[in-house]
Design a protein around this ligand. Structure first.
Ligand SMILES: *[C@@H]1O[C@H](CO)[C@@H](O)[C@H](O)[C@H]1NC(C)=O
Length: 257
């Protein structure tokens, strides 16, 4: 009897510790998480024009080409445009700061969360020599955390998808979203009668609708943090013009932090 009471106490103590650890993980959104990172196998320094997010060439060159494909963090496209600080762990080669990358693609490697552009991979190193050595490793242990994206002197910008077909089918991606929230819903509203239509996330970061509303269009974006505590609609000052065109970009006139 005494023994079972003792083991019960031990069990309770273990549960308490586990709960405390779980609580610590929850209250520690800025903590680094251990993982691994690889780099794109091709010789391009930057990312890829055909990334799963649908960003096009923006997805290769944004942030100076410090971009990454993500596996789990891709989150079915919701993770597109999110920024992460990634630093490798070998103190001989790696800097404390590491690289800050934008997710623009989906990709899976050997137990990796990130497949970085070669440029971003090299930027985790202290020197160019160390970068060459690091790239030769191919896959390295890293730690990462989500950070705010920053695009100085840029407003959130709408890039109409090349596949759009005025006025029947409208698709677009959202460029230069600062901060560390996700855009979880997008609406287009007619400016005359405020009839609104909720768009679909067709794939990656691409929002689409068949039969878009007509006239100048007011965009509404729903921003949400990862645990859904801080949510709000953002309505840009600029409308998407009535005669929107495939391939065109439109400055929304707003930015978020
Ligand atoms: C951002 O939008 C504001 C209007 O809201 C505009 O005055 C400013 O020039 C825009 N910035 C850029 C870099 O386009």
């Amino acid at each position: 009897m005494a023994l079972s009471l003792k083991s019960l106490m031990l069990l309770l103590a273990t549960l308490c510790i586990m709960q405390a650890l779980a609580a610590e993980a929850e209250t520690c959104p800025d903590c680094f998480i251990r993982s691994r990172a690889a780099h794109y196998p091709n010789s391009d320094e930057q990312g890829t024009d055909s990334g799963a997010c649908g960003f096009g060439s923006f997805g290769a060159t944004i942030n100076g080409g410090d971009v990454s494909a993500a596996s789990g963090l891709y989150r079915n496209g919701l993770g597109c445009g999110a920024c992460y600080q990634v630093r490798c762990l070998n103190s001989y080669y790696c800097s404390d700061r590491g690289a800050t990358v934008v997710i623009t693609d989906s990709g899976w490697g050997p137990n990796t969360d990130f497949i970085l552009s070669r440029r971003a991979f090299g930027r985790m190193a202290q020197t160019t020599d160390a970068a060459a050595a690091l790239l030769a490793h191919g896959v390295v242990d890293v730690e990462y955390r989500r950070v705010s994206c920053s695009y100085p002197y840029k407003n959130i910008t709408i890039k109409i998808d090349e596949k759009s077909d005025y006025p029947h089918y409208l698709g677009f991606v959202i460029w230069y979203q600062q901060g560390k929230k996700d855009i979880t819903a997008v609406q287009l509203c007619e400016t005359k009668n405020f009839a609104c239509k909720l768009l679909d996330r067709s794939h990656g970061a691409v929002w689409t609708t068949t039969s878009p509303p007509s006239g100048p269009l007011s965009l509404r974006m729903f921003f949400s943090d990862e645990d859904g505590d801080d949510e709000s609609w953002v309505v840009p000052v600029n409308n998407i013009p009535q005669d929107w065109k495939a391939g065109e970009t439109y400055d929304t006139g707003v930015q978020v932090n």
